[in-house]
Design a protein around this ligand. Structure first.
Ligand code: AP5
Ligand code: MG
Length: 190
């Protein structure tokens, strides 16, 4: 099995690019953000717990997202691998992912990192807010907190995966088509 991580700050284009990637490479898309939003929409206990943290631009507890990831791994059939979007998001999650995969003799295949500057993050999220109506896109304060959470907790993973020689950066600032072509030429190597 292949285990790709689609990495990047909020609004970098992870969700946008994921659909083409899963289709071309026969991968199962696992977006922890989307799974959490489904729990919120369903009004589950887990969703209630996650909502306040998401609305504040903070991370939800590691054990919640890791439980989701493990159950997605177990339920997937007839795929060549997985595309993890928005997970891992801190060093503890990255270490736990390594441990989960090691149990079945597997490892992360590659990290595809979409990079855009902070100003572009804000532009793209403002644009999406008008279209999708995501609660965590609605306030400037939440957006700023998400960016701060990214720099404080998630960005250190770049070093983690560089050390593991799995980190591959793609310039995320071009058009959607340009970025997709760059991602494909990278992924063709794995
Ligand atoms: P999550 O849903 O993962 O949100 P995120 O990481 O903030 O990323 P986004 O979904 O906002 O951006 P994206 O990169 O997918 O961009 P998109 O393709 O939509 O997480 C939400 C929350 O859940 C977190 O804040 C946290 O609280 C919690 N959570 C999730 N995972 C967690 C974890 N592992 N641990 C703990 N907590 C967790 O694009 C954005 C916009 O830009 C769109 O409108 C799109 O059309 C446009 N666009 C995309 N590409 C381009 C382009 N090339 N040119 C122009 N526009 C573009
Ligand atoms: Mg997304």
């Amino acid at each position: 099995m292949k285990y790709f991580i689609l990495f990047g700050p909020p609004g970098a284009g992870k969700g946008t690019q994921a659909s083409a990637m899963v289709e071309k490479y026969n991968l199962r898309h696992i977006s922890t953000g989307e799974l959490l939003r489904k729990e919120i929409a369903a009004g589950s206990e887990l969703g209630l717990k996650a909502k306040a943290l998401i609305d504040a631009g903070a991370l939800v507890p590691d054990e919640i997202v890791e439980g989701m990831i493990e159950s997605e791994f177990k339920s997937a059939k007839d795929v060549a691998g997985f595309l993890l979007d928005g997970f891992p998001r801190n060093t503890a999650q990255a270490e736990d992912l390594d441990a989960i995969l090691a149990k079945s003799g597997e490892e992360v295949t590659a990290v595809v990192s979409l990079m855009i500057p902070d100003e572009m993050i804000k532009e793209r999220i403002r644009h999406r807010a008008a279209i999708e109506g995501r609660a965590d896109d609605a306030s400037e304060e939440t957006i700023n907190n998400r960016i701060a959470t990214y720099h404080g907790k998630t960005e250190p993973l770049i070093g983690y995966y560089k050390n593991a020689v799995k980190y591959h950066e793609v310039d995320g600032t071009g058009t959607i088509d340009d970025v997709r072509e760059k991602i494909f030429s990278l992924m063709d190597r794995f």
